[in-house]
Design a protein around this ligand. Structure first.
Ligand SMILES: [Zn+2]
Length: 134
């Protein structure tokens, strides 16, 4: 009697185990397929967006961006070379000390990708900046 119930229990556990495994398998399969589904949806909408642009549009946008970038580079070089030297006050020759930068200087430093230091004259109150490449 004990042996039979043990066997039955064993079979029950095996079946149960198999079923659990099967459910886990189904569950994982479901997750996997829904992931693929979502991914293909995203890819599809991305492709549709791309298709709406014609090649000439993309080339035009790219050329415009490159042009802007080159202008920014030229502007940056000019600004940096124009503001790269500041040893003493150009007004009275007094000593300079560093003061906190304004938010505008911080933003332009970020745009130009350069280091901007803000100085003020100890004697006459002149304010100026010094730029350097990072
Ligand atoms: Zn001065």
């Amino acid at each position: 009697m004990t042996a039979v119930s043990l066997i039955l229990l064993g079979i029950f556990l095996l079946v149960e185990n198999l079923e659990i495994k099967y459910y886990i398998y189904l569950f994982l399969q479901k997750i996997f397929f829904s992931l693929i589904f979502v991914f293909s949806k995203i890819l599809n909408s991305f492709l549709i967006i791309i298709k709406q642009f014609e090649t000439s549009d993309i080339v035009g946008v790219a050329l415009t961006l490159i042009g802007f970038y080159m202008l920014l580079r030229i502007w940056r070089e000019r600004e940096i070379s124009r503001n790269s030297y500041l040893q003493n006050c150009p007004e009275c020759g007094g000593n300079l000390r560093r003061i906190p930068r304004t938010s505008r200087q911080k933003v332009s430093g970020y745009i130009f990708g350069s280091k901007i230091k803000h100085y003020s004259c100890n004697i006459c109150g002149y304010k100026g900046i010094k730029m350097s490449k990072k």
